[in-house]
Write a protein that binds this ligand. Structure first.
Ligand code: ZN
Length: 211
């Protein structure tokens, strides 16, 4: 389980080193496909990783570490091009065969969730669709929650997020994401621990939020 508070920069740096588990890497690759300005930042981190490696005396690297780092930095990660309007970004298309409508959606009020078929059982990887103006029940988090906006926008009382933005939440964050404006909001969300509802009726609803 991820335990420290993380930032988008942390994620970019770890992705540049090829160190992210598949679901988290998918969030970052999707972010990079949708947020062109971040691609340059990411390339700088890749270059920085190489420079840091050159500055390190070999003695400070554990056995085999140098080799592993070189493997990781050898070839820079291929970035997906921004998708045409209305299409999913390329990193996600690998997991969504056919159309979005064919996914196994579960509906809860104005909120729908479709789990994506990733092998990593540590993480829950889902597409979440909020109907215009609708909100996820108020909750906090047992671990980390990474959400990247694919279409539309949402706000959660802490920030507002639009296409390509990553929202990062953790056990210190208690929020209620709500679709902004008059559009539905589609997101990719990855969590490494169950959510815990904190709003009205949460005592009754929490037992239904098991993985
Ligand atoms: Zn949350």
């Amino acid at each position: 389980m991820m335990s420290e508070r993380i930032t988008v920069d942390d994620l970019l740096l770890a992705h540049a080193a090829g160190r992210l588990p598949e679901p988290v890497g998918l969030v970052v690759a999707t972010h990079l496909a949708l947020a062109p300005a971040q691609r340059r930042v990411f390339r700088e981190y890749e270059a920085l990783g190489g420079a840091l490696l050159e500055d390190l005396p070999p003695a400070e690297l554990g056995e085999g570490a140098l080799e592993r780092l070189l493997d990781q930095l050898d070839d820079s990660i291929e970035l997906a091009e921004p998708p045409p309007d209305g299409e999913l970004p390329a990193p996600l298309r690998a997991y969504v065969k056919g159309s979005l409508a064919d996914l196994p959606w579960r509906h809860f009020g104005g909120v729908s969730e479709a789990r994506l078929p990733l092998d990593d059982s540590t993480y829950r990887t889902s597409l979440i669709r909020l109907k215009a103006g609708r909100a996820v029940p108020r909750h906090t988090h047992g671990g980390q929650e990474l959400t990247v906006v694919l279409d539309g926008a949402f706000h959660d009382g802490i920030g507002a997020y639009t296409v390509g933005d990553i929202a990062i939440a953790d056990p210190h964050v208690d929020h209620q994401p709500q679709a902004l404006g008059d559009e539905d909001c589609l997101c990719l969300a990855v969590t490494d621990a169950p959510l815990r509802l904190t709003g009205r009726f949460s005592r009754f609803l929490n037992p239904f939020l098991r993985f």
